[in-house]
Design a protein around this ligand. Sequence first.
Ligand code: NAD
Length: 519
Amino acid sequence: RTVYLRPKIYNALQVSLRPYSSGTPTTKLFINNEFVESQTKDWIDLHNPATNEVVTRVPKSTQAEMERAVNAASEAFPAWSDTSILARQQVMFKFQSLIKENVKELAALITLEQGKTLADAEGDVARGLQVVEHACGITSLQLGETLPGISKDMDLYSYRIPLGVTAGITPFNFPAMIPLWMFPLATVCGNTSVIKPSERDPGATMLLVKLAAEAGLPKGVVNVIHGAHDAVNFICDNPAIKAISFVGSDQAGKYIYERGSLNGKRVQSNMGAKNHGVIMPDANKESSINQLVAAAFGAAGQRCMALSTAVFVGDSKDWIPDLVKKAKSLKVSAGVEKGADLGPLISPQAKRRVCDLVQSGVNEGANLILDGTNIVVQGYEKGNFVGPTILTDVKTNMKCYTEEIFGPVLVIMSVDTLDEAIQVINSNPYGNGTAIFTTNGATARKFTNEIDVGQIGINVPIPVPLPMFSFTGSRGSFLGDSNFYGKAGVNFYTQLKTITSSWKSEDVSYGSKPDTAFP
Ligand code: NAD
């Protein structure tokens, strides 16, 4: 028997019971600063990953609803882009403080719908909040350039102006941080925005846009539609949408990049990853193992910057038994439980896929030295849990290495030299993140210079840059030419307008001849 929950947190989002439905609350659309009940007949059940109870139903928005959202954004654009930059900045200041006041509620929604622990969910909000804080600096970030005196009485200068309607398509694994990479920067630059959050956990986005409206974003400036492929196709094809920000899997990212680009839109697409942690024999053992364990198994491995592959160099492989001991000590439970270190995977399908990949590793000759695939969590027997799992003797041609596992599974390789480790990493098609653990500066420097990966940590396991820099995944992990947030993010959400101006200081003499040569 399915038990339908109606968590209190949904009250904030005006989630109501549809009188003609089975009693499950529904997630609303957000158009013109109002929550709107979808008229669709096509709904997606959203399950709490720790229990598999249905907690809400997410609509596949109808064509008319999606058009309404984009029309609202188009209609809001002229006035919003004409609003003074100081006024837009003030909205961000207020939005920042409202997010801070609502961190607990946002985290509770994330844990309910996505499964991660409450502490980790607060981190999800905090890292997004930093982007909002950075957006508050828009008065410096959106400065153009000037070059006075390019000729007599002539000056050249540029503005960074907004694009129009922008769109964001987000993944399930960071339900607050990733929408916050998108609509705050887009709107503070003067654009309007239509967000399609992951259909698997849109709740945090709903609360965030409600707070943005309370902070003063005028109606139509940020809107939310729901759905899966049809909503994505709609965004890629709608001519009013000028730019698409996407974060998610390779398959969707390549597709959206191609379809959006063919339609003349700017697209920035952050995709999958396989991040390697290199452990040098001179590293600080205790600290490196702690960091490796946290970065491999935290969030149940569902982070694009998870360290999912460990490359032990030389004698550091002797530390593997200690690593296993620490991994075993992690508590696997529902994200709401005190002391939980990792929660469930997003869905039963995700769990099956992770278990199949572990089994494929065994079949191909890897050693399963820690097996969390059969774990049963007391009180949450129906949850999608996988405990920390470790495979050693993994080779680069094994499926558990060539595919992104996106679960709490660490695959381990051993090599003799740093050069071999660098070769393994540079041969991998992904370029999202990597880390080296060492106490030798020259080793760290060599690694930094020779590695072909966008984000590098030196004794830092998850080197996600702060928003005054940009998220710089590269190679197979990114398509586009402007990264998320930071200067690159502002460039993505603005276009240049250049002005060449001449104010003559002297009258042109009477009867002078026009010069037809190109100046
Ligand atoms: P996903 O690609 O399944 O979903 C992301 C979005 O794309 C969702 O809104 C979904 O509705 C849509 N979508 C899904 N499949 C689609 C398809 N075939 N065609 C068109 N649209 C589609 O990704 P996910 O499972 O939600 O997220 C996990 C993935 O995201 C992992 O691969 C992870 O590495 C990646 N990720 C990358 C980053 C990064 O910055 N590089 C950050 C977070 C997550």
